[in-house]
Design a protein around this ligand. Structure first.
Ligand SMILES: [Cu+2]
Length: 325
C-alpha cells in the first residue's frame, strides 16, 4: 500500500478549506504589524500602538440577508430580536412591553438635541432581520444588503455554521486599513477624494436631513462602493460590524501615560442604544454605519470603535466573518 497517496486527516469540525486554500467570497489579508488606533478623534481610539496579526481570510463584505437566510433555513436559528426579552434583564419593566422587537432608526422632523439618542432610535415590536424597518417592511430588494438586527450571539451562531469566526478587533482594523498604515480613512486622508463618495455614510444634518447623494438613506447593497486595498468592501459605513472583542475604554498599551492630557472629549455617537448592559459587558463594533455624519459622529474610519451591548440589536449593526489562514 502506498502510504503517501493517503489524503491528510482533517481536523474535526474543519471544512474542506484550510490553510491557504482559496475560499469563495473571502480574501486573504496578509499578516503583519500595523499602527492601531488614532489620537486625532475620540479618546477611546487611543493610544496608538503597534499591533500584530497573522494572515487571515476575511469575508469580502458584510454577511448579506441572502446568506443569513440560508443559515436560518439550514439551522432554524431564531435571532435575539425575534425572541421576547428575558424579564430578568429588565427588572421592573412592564411585562406587556417585553415582546420581540428591535431598535429602528427613525429620522426626526427637525433638529433635535444630539445628546439624546432616544430621539432617533425607536424600539419597534416586530422589527427583526426579516423586517428591518418594522413589521410592515420586508427583505424584498434587499437580498444583497447586510443583515441587520443581529446580536452578538446571532453572529457567533452564523460564524460557527459557516465554519468561520468573528474577527478580533486587531484583525478587523488591520483588514479595514487595506495596507494604508496610519491613514485616517480606509482609502487615504481625504474623505471624498476628487469629490468621490467612498462609502455609505450620512450626508446632511443628522438626524433630520438625509441628503443621500449616493442614493441610500439606510443600508446599501454590499459592493456598491470601491473596495479597499485588500479588496474588501463596505469596511466603512453601511453597517457597524461585530467583533469578538470585549469593550475597553482605551487601547491597552504600555505607553498609556505618555498620552497628552488634552484628548478630545468623548463624542456623541449616532449609534448609542446601550440600555441593557453595563459599560464592561459591551463588545467592540467597528466601521461606522450609514448613520455616521461628519458633523456628529466621525466614526467612518478604521480606528473608530464603539462599545455595544451583545443583545442590543439595531437597524445599523451587522457583521462579517474571518477564518485563520
Ligand atoms: Cu456613527
Amino acid at each position: 500500500m502506498n502510504v503517501s497517496r493517503l489524503r491528510p486527516l482533517r481536523t474535526p469540525g474543519q471544512g474542506p478549506y484550510s490553510g491557504d486554500m482559496p475560499r469563495k467570497g473571502m480574501t486573504l489579508v496578509p499578516g503583519g504589524s500595523f499602527r492601531m488606533g488614532s489620537t486625532a478623534f475620540y479618546p477611546e481610539e487611543g493610544p496608538v500602538f503597534t499591533a500584530e496579526v497573522q494572515s487571515l481570510w476575511v469575508d469580502d463584505h458584510p454577511v448579506t440577508n441572502a446568506a443569513f437566510r440560508r443559515f436560518v433555513a439550514s439551522t432554524g436559528h431564531v435571532t435575539i430580536a425575534e425572541s421576547a426579552p428575558d424579564p430578568r434583564d429588565f427588572p421592573g419593566a412592564d411585562p406587556a412591553l417585553l415582546v420581540p422587537g428591535s431598535q429602528v432608526f427613525t429620522p426626526t422632523a427637525g433638529p433635535v438635541p444630539l445628546n439624546d439618542w432616544t430621539r432617533w432610535w425607536c424600539w419597534v415590536p416586530g422589527a427583526s432581520w426579516r423586517h428591518p424597518d418594522g413589521p410592515g417592511s420586508t427583505l424584498h430588494g434587499r437580498d444583497l444588503h447586510p443583515v441587520v438586527h443581529v446580536g452578538l450571539e446571532d453572529a457567533l451562531a452564523y460564524a460557527a455554521w459557516a465554519g468561520k469566526r468573528l474577527p478580533t478587533e486587531e484583525e478587523w482594523e488591520h483588514a479595514a486599513r487595506g495596507g494604508l498604515d496610519g491613514a485616517t480613512y480606509a482609502w487615504g486622508e481625504e474623505f471624498m477624494p476628487r469629490g468621490r463618495i467612498m462609502a455609505n455614510t450620512w450626508h446632511g444634518r443628522f438626524p433630520c436631513q438625509n441628503l443621500a447623494p449616493h442614493g441610500f438613506t439606510r443600508t446599501s447593497p454590499v459592493r456598491k462602493f470601491r473596495a479597499n486595498g485588500y479588496g474588501l468592501y463596505d469596511v466603512t459605513g453601511n453597517v457597524w460590524e461585530w467583533t469578538a472583542a470585549r469593550w475597553t475604554d482605551r487601547h491597552p498599551a504600555a505607553d498609556r501615560g505618555s498620552q497628552p492630557d488634552d484628548q478630545p472629549a468623548a463624542g456623541a455617537s449616532c449609534c448609542a442604544p446601550r440600555a441593557t448592559v453595563s459599560e464592561h459587558d459591551r463588545f467592540v463594533i467597528k466601521g461606522g454605519s450609514h448613520l455616521c455624519a461628519p458633523s456628529y459622529c466621525h466614526r467612518y474610519r478604521p480606528a473608530a470603535r464603539q462599545g455595544h451591548g451583545p443583545r442590543d440589536t439595531t437597524s445599523h449593526v451587522g457583521f462579517r466573518c474571518v477564518r485563520s489562514a
